[in-house]
Design a binder for this molecule. Structure first.
Ligand code: MN
Length: 241
């Protein structure tokens, strides 16, 4: 539910392999300038869907692109990567980040039926405040991508109706692993977040989601087929609800 396919050199080849191998993939973007290409290359595809985004870490240079995002918003079912980043390097742009995210959330709520992939590193409570204010009770659905907040913030996210997409990196720390464990089975989704997450010397590809499924199955003491079926049910509920 979260990978930056347009940052791979072989974007089109990866789309074809996802289609061939039936790997459901949400291709998020970091700037609305990338939307037309992502939209066009995935048009008519069954397994790869594009998301319209404006990444919080780019807000220092790109806050003005909110105008472009708002122009494309009516034609996008999926929105991401959007959100807030409150970590040290990005704290200076937080006022801009907040202003932009409020516009995106308000626009989504008004148009309705959007599915959002949301970044909340170092800013979980602020993101949840905005979700509660703008999206709770709307027909939009929020997926918190690579959640790294506190356990109490995770519980609040679940109470607000959020889904959580989990990647392999979250299993590489004790804190991340405990968060994953606390996600209710019916809110769980997977992601790979390539090329930012790597598998050894390679950027993480959509098919590496298999490794996340294996980790989840072993953590939850269930068969991998059972876990995979549950993930697929969650995705179907998410997109048809
Ligand atoms: Mn990302």
């Amino acid at each position: 539910m979260h990978i930056h396919l347009d940052l791979f050199d072989n974007f089109e080849e990866i789309i074809e392999r996802c289609e061939r191998d039936r790997i459901r993939t949400l291709a998020v973007t970091t700037t609305p300038r990338a939307w037309p290409r992502n939209r066009d290359l995935t048009e008519g595809k069954r397994y790869v869907r594009p998301a319209l985004g404006l990444h919080p870490e780019l807000m220092a240079e790109r806050a003005h692109e909110i105008t472009l995002l708002e122009r494309y918003l009516p034609e996008a079912r999926y929105v991401g990567e959007v959100g807030l980043d409150g970590r040290r390097n990005n704290r200076a742009s937080l006022p801009d980040q907040r202003r932009v995210l409020e516009k995106i959330f308000a626009g989504c709520a008004e148009l309705g039926n959007k599915i959002l992939s949301v970044h909340s590193a170092g800013a979980a409570t602020e993101v949840l405040d905005l979700v509660e204010q703008h999206l709770a009770g709307s027909s939009c659905r929020v997926i918190l991508h690579w959640f790294s907040g506190r356990l109490t913030e995770l519980e609040r996210a679940v109470a607000l109706g959020c889904y959580l997409s989990v990647n392999i990196q979250m299993f590489r720390s004790g804190g991340g692993s405990r968060l994953v464990e606390a996600i209710p089975a019916d809110r769980l989704l997977t992601e790979t977040d390539g090329p930012f997450i790597r598998m050894g010397s390679e950027p993480s590809h959509p098919w590496d989601t298999e490794k996340v499924v294996n980790e989840l199955a072993s953590q939850r003491h269930v068969e991998r087929e059972e876990l995979q079926a549950a993930l697929l049910r969650n995705l179907k509920v998410l997109v048809t609800d």
